[in-house]
Design a protein around this ligand. Structure first.
Ligand code: IPE
Ligand code: MG
Length: 233
């Protein structure tokens, strides 16, 4: 969800105004997911590097996360939407951590849509954390450390039950990953869009999905009828 700050600056407003608008955009996008057949949505909300922004912006973002989690808990629950937070949550404000626990518990059995919010999330941190988890598991259970399988590593990611993304969309014009889901994106299709996140609409999402459907996904294999465009999920 990139481009909130630039969206606000273009309007002569403080960056925080862009984040407020970006949060509204997210509510529209979440509501539009089921009609596109999306069952899992992960949004990148805050990276470990984002702490280096000024205290004013960081505090405003932390407040915004709390306001939105509190305001939408009821609707998400009623709409059968599961909320998961991925990232190093111990560094988040305690009241936000409590709220995360509450909404995760309340929505944990919901199945219509899983929304993962990446909060203080770094792809490298996730892999380091997974390595630590595997070592600790080995030490605690005396199970053999080697050989290590891909499934073992996946089991130690922040949310092992989330399938790898089919499609990554980055708004705001930059064409890089910025430390997002480094393991999970191995075979993901990428769509980079120039518009800033507050301007991103459900129609834009539909167009990105249409682009995705035109891609031939081969997963390293040679073309077959199965992986031809249009047979994409
Ligand atoms: C993305 O918008 C939202 C967060 C990182 C919280 P930015 O804040 O990165 O906006 P730009 O890239 O400065 O325009
Ligand atoms: Mg940015």
């Amino acid at each position: 969800m990139d481009g909130n700050g630039r969206w606000a600056s273009d309007r002569g407003k403080p960056r925080v105004f862009g984040h407020q608008q970006g949060a509204k955009t997210l509510t529209h996008i979440i509501r539009s997911c089921p009609k596109y057949g999306i069952t899992h949505l992960t949004v990148y909300a805050f990276s470990p590097e984002n702490w280096q922004r000024g205290a004013l912006e960081v505090n405003a973002l932390m407040r915004l996360f709390q306001i939105y989690l509190r305001a939408y808990m009821g609707e998400l629950d009623r709409e059968n939407v599961q909320i998961r937070i991925i990232g190093e949550r111990s560094k988040l404000p305690t009241v936000l951590q409590r709220m995360i626990e509450k909404i995760e518990t309340k929505t944990k059995n919901h199945t219509r849509l899983v929304v993962q919010v990446a909060l203080n999330y770094g792809g490298r941190d996730e892999l380091l954390h997974a390595a630590e988890t595997l070592i600790a598991r080995h030490q605690n259970t005396k199970t053999p450390a080697l050989p290590l399988t891909q499934e073992d590593l996946v089991s130690a990611l922040w949310n092992p039950s989330c399938p790898d993304p089919d499609l990554l969309i980055r708004t705001g014009g930059e064409m890089r990953l910025s430390n997002f889901m480094l393991w999970q994106l191995a075979y993901t299709e990428f769509v980079f869009l120039p518009q800033y996140w507050p301007d991103f609409t459900a129609d834009d999402l539909g167009q990105a999905i249409a682009q995705f459907k035109g891609r031939q996904r081969r997963f390293g294999r040679i073309p077959t009828e199965q992986n031809a465009p249009e047979s994409n999920p």
